[in-house]
Design a protein around this ligand. Structure first.
Ligand code: AHG
Ligand code: MN
Ligand code: MN
Length: 336
């Protein structure tokens, strides 16, 4: 019988073989995984743990926070602040960056997260998740305090990224720039076990994911693409398409990594001054890197998402990601 490979062993071997995972990065990933395990337990308890419902507060984006948004945020902070691997953290649920308190050693990494993705699905018992992205703190002179500016790096500079999905199974999906690996939580053992390595997204698909209720607000290229899918066999695509929309990005991306598909949350006319709904630094960037590492593509319609230079922490972006040929088609419709 072949031995099960735990997340720890996977990371230790990466550290040993090609040094792609330095020891502090390994520690960071393990700490995030441990926090996700704890969030998973809270999610599983649901009403029994008193974690459902609203917290009656708003985050910086003006969204009403759920109790679990806040719990997950606190779990991630408490797990990460004392290990010595981080300089600072940033989260969807915090207006500003959180520097590691002076009483703890300072590390060289920056951690960004969406503590609870798919908040509208918490109370209805549908898959939700945690998304994270890791950057290195730029060298900016000895002793200089970490600032928001240090975080404003393109997604192509990420050194690790992933998500943990809390669904029928709890699965951690990770890239350190060497393909995508999936680890399923073994609740009896309390550890994440490697269940899929070198994940590949098929280049073609017959499945698209978009919130169709926004159709009247879309731009012409996205409308054209979806219209053509809807025309099915008789239309220009010559095949019937299926549609899925979970309304948790983690769940939609997980499906795409598992069986292919295209996910879109494009710019629309509801709030024309915003480039999109999803956040660049802790939603779009980590997911785009995972998708690219699995052979897919991710653009904002005009540009590779990983090349977008962030101007602010909570910046939003239009997202088109998934099976390569479909993403390229939608991007081409945008005239690029
Ligand atoms: P969050 O819960 O972190 O705010 O993110 C929700 C996001 C994303 O997960 C999902 O794809 C999208 O919002 C769903 O939006 P709609 O409700 O507009 O479909
Ligand atoms: Mn989210
Ligand atoms: Mn969230």
């Amino acid at each position: 019988m072949t031995a099960k490979i735990s997340l720890t062993r996977y990371l230790v071997e990466k550290q040993r073989v090609d040094e792609s995972v330095p020891s502090h990065l390994r520690l960071l990933i393990e700490v995030v995984a441990r926090a996700c395990k704890s969030i998973s337990h809270a999610v599983n308890k649901g009403a029994l743990g008193g974690v459902l419902g609203t917290a009656h507060t708003e985050n910086v984006q003006g969204e009403v926070q759920k109790k679990l948004d806040i719990i997950a945020n606190e779990v991630l902070i408490e797990a990460n602040e004392w290990g010595g691997h981080l300089a600072a953290m940033a989260s969807e649920e915090m207006d500003e960056i959180l520097a590691v308190p002076h009483r703890y050693p300072q590390g060289e990494y920056l951690l960004l997260f969406d503590p609870l993705d798919g908040s509208s699905n918490i109370d209805v018992n549908v898959s939700i998740g945690t998304i994270f992205s890791v950057l290195k703190k730029p060298e900016n002179g000895h002793g200089q305090a970490v600032s928001e500016q240090d975080f404003l790096q393109c997604g192509s500079r990420q050194v690790a990224a992933g998500y943990c999905i809390y669904g029928p199974q709890t699965t951690l999906v990770l890239t350190v720039g060497d393909g995508v690996a999936m680890f399923t939580l073994d609740r009896e053992q309390g550890s994440f076990v490697l269940t899929e390595d070198q994940v590949r997204i098929p280049e073609d698909t017959k499945e698209f994911a978009i919130n169709m209720s926004n159709m009247r607000h879309w731009d012409a290229p996205v409308r054209r693409y979806v219209d053509e899918c809807l025309e099915g066999k008789e239309g220009p695509r010559g095949k019937d398409f299926n549609m899925r929309w979970v309304a948790s990005m983690v769940a939609d991306v997980h499906r795409i990594l598992t069986r292919g598909g295209i996910f879109m949350y494009p710019w629309d006319k509801r709030e024309p001054e915003k480039p999109g709904k999803l956040r660049l630094m802790y939603e779009a960037n980590p997911m785009s890197w995972l998708v690219e590492q699995a052979g897919g593509a991710a653009t904002n319609g005009r540009q590779r998402i990983l090349d977008v230079q962030p101007k602010k922490l909570h910046e939003r972006v239009s997202v088109i990601l998934g099976s390569k040929n479909e993403v390229e088609r939608v991007t081409k419709y945008h005239g690029t």
